[in-house]
Design a protein. Sequence first.
Length: 439
Amino acid sequence: MKNMFRQYNYSFTEQEYSHIWENSLFIFDTNILLNLYRYQDSSRNEFIKILESLEDRIWIPHHVALEFKRNRLITIKSRTNLLIEAKEAISQSQKTLIAELNKLQIKKKHSPIDVDNIKGKFKILSDDLSKEIDNTISQQQKIDEPDPLEEKIDTIFNSKVGSANYTQEKIDALYKNAQAKYKLKISPGYLDEKKDEVCVDNQIVYQKKYADYLIWQQILDHVKEKELKHIIFVTDDNKEDWWLEVAVSNSNSQTKHRQPKPELLDDMYNHAEVENFLMYDAEFFLKYSRDYLRASVSEETLQEAGETRQLLNQTMNNQFQRNQKANSYLKMLRANIKLERFKESLEFENYDSFSSNDKHIMHCSECDKNSMIPEDKSDTGYQCVYCHNEYSELLESDCTICGITWPYDDLRRVVWTDEGDIEIICPRCRRDPDYVKDD
């Protein structure tokens, strides 16, 4: 029974861990490569040495390589922007302190506190910190200069990148599968469903919301094709569409047991037919590299890897929320414009003596607004500009058999040919017992 349901059993002995680490192919997510730009030099160098030590036991999917290339400059710029924001925060804190001290009017109250001395010391501290940040900024990778880290990554993963043999037809088929899985909240990637960015590379159109799913499918295809039996996947994606977390309580504290989602393990064990699969974030990959690869990794590097992962995921979450608010605002704005244009068309037609206009605005019970206007693509002929509701108690339509007008809710739409021809039938014509009595 244990072997039948391995996707629900993510536990290994020390001997098994050692065997897996010794024989695995190590696969890295895009965020792992990009986070190297966010590390201090010492942490970055320790990570790169581990990658170099693994030699031919590392690999990245084609879409990871594509995402890395597309997002490298953005990542470099964001790190510089963060330093600039820190400098501005120091400057603002100095202004705030001076303003608050001035409000106290300490000099006028003959206080023994030397306000000018406090301001002077704080200015010296602020200037020193600002100079230190300026020095750090000057040492950052410039987006218009040769990038040694990119060259290093290119060298390390030379001939260790998945092939770009996915046609647009195959990509679109995968996206269709992803769409169905997202509706059922099947991992990975369903939490990216709201992302609407696209990119084009080598005449192939990629959709951002399906990036995680595509990366995962490329991993599964590669593993199955090469008949690999032991896989370690390293990602700093912290979302619940990758990880299952279970709170574990003991006598002194509460911790969290974290493991890949069961559906990911199911894919690996039953589709790709691997024997063992492990998944780590960068912090724990580095931590266990000390044990199983005899790698030299400092505590400072472990701490930085953990903090970088948390900061990255928090930043992405904040950006996602901002994008959601912006998208909601734009949708509302478009809906308002559409409604106003229809109102203007009604006003114009009311002045047209030849107009036989029977169009009007109806009340939407879902939004509780007068926001339903004619829409050709709607089943009822009307649709709310805000929530896209198509039904209203005020709607009426003619029965296509007897021609009598009925409330729309009483009518039934019947497809009666293979070509999709539709009859709209009233209760009497369909012999509804509530309306007619059979002889």
